[in-house]
Design a protein around this ligand. Structure first.
Ligand code: ADP
Length: 271
């Protein structure tokens, strides 16, 4: 059921695993801390079995995992008993993004069921953060639920939203009510494109409100699976007036940061 596996591009010296509410990611880094290998799968309810299976796969792919340090992060990190340490997603996302973008600023991580805004100092330290894990509005789930009602595949949602010349205001802030509102709009003959644009706007406004609680220190950086939706960076730029920058693999940043922390435990590993 693996949906994404990257080729191995170097000798793996440390591993990070991010057990998210929606997906599980494993990243391997080489001695220089370069992202050298990864696996990504939808999360299953039996987290411990899934983690054991994925680590076995990692062992086969990297040959020497048994002696390799492993750090776990994400919502299910405490269930990874094979890990030497468990570290919060806040620290790991900041670590991964700072390593790739080499910038302090404001990082926004939008996952399947939570979202976070993290202030990062010019030296890469976390200086402040805000987190929403209580409400699906402002997370991937908000778009997924309603987009499936509209019959638009996840990967095309952003493109369809951006193609709209008009935008419908979605007044419900709750995901469940927004879904009913969308059904009603469709029944009244409103086109899919402006509805989807309005849904994205609603999510973006939630995120911007969170950014304001932390304060925006440019640049605005993004991580998490949802930011692969091209409408998210575009509409965040419009809404904040700030340039938005993305790492090359935004969904892997938590696992990458965890792997970088694992690498530090090796004698002579990078700090
Ligand atoms: P978590 O770490 O909380 O499990 P992720 O950061 O892995 O979540 O993000 C998962 C979410 O990302 C999915 O639920 C989905 O909404 C979204 N997503 C993943 N890939 C895409 C894509 N190509 N386009 C739009 N959304 C995506």
């Amino acid at each position: 059921m693996t949906v994404d596996a990257g080729p191995r591009t170097g000798r793996i010296r440390a591993l990070g695993i991010d057990v998210g509410s929606t997906t599980v990611k494993i990243v391997g880094v080489d001695a220089q801390g370069n992202l050298a290998w990864h696996l990504l799968e939808p999360a299953t309810p039996r987290v411990e079995d899934q983690v054991a299976r994925l680590l076995e796969r990692a062992r086969q792919e990297t040959f020497e995992v048994r002696s390799i340090p492993l750090v776990a992060t994400g919502y299910g990190r405490k269930l990874v008993r094979q890990a030497a340490r468990q570290v919060t997603e806040i620290t790991c996302h900041a670590r991964g993004v700072y390593r790739e973008l080499a910038h302090g600023g404001t990082l926004v991580d939008i996952g399947g069921q939570d979202s976070k805004v993290i202030g990062i100092s010019p030296k890469g330290d976390v200086v402040d953060f805000a987190m929403n894990d209580k409400c699906a509005a402002g997370t991937g789930r908000f778009l997924e639920n309603t987009a499936s009602r509209l019959g638009v595949p996840l990967e095309r949602m952003g493109q369809v939203a951006l193609s709209a010349s008009e935008e419908v205001v979605i007044s419900s802030t709750c995901t469940v009510f927004a879904e009913s509102e969308v059904i009603s709009l469709i029944a009244h003959g409103v086109a899919v494109e402006p509805i989807l644009r309005g849904l994205h706007r609603s999510l973006i406004k939630r995120i911007v409100a969170m950014i304001r609680t932390v304060g925006l220190a440019p640049p605005l950086m993004l991580s998490g699976g949802v930011v692969q939706n091209q409408a998210i960076p575009r509409m965040l730029e419009q809404e904040t007036g700030e340039k938005v920058i993305l790492p090359s693999c935004p969904q892997l940043m938590g696992a990458f940061g965890a792997a970088l922390i694992a690498l530090e435990t090796l004698p002579g590993g990078e700090t």
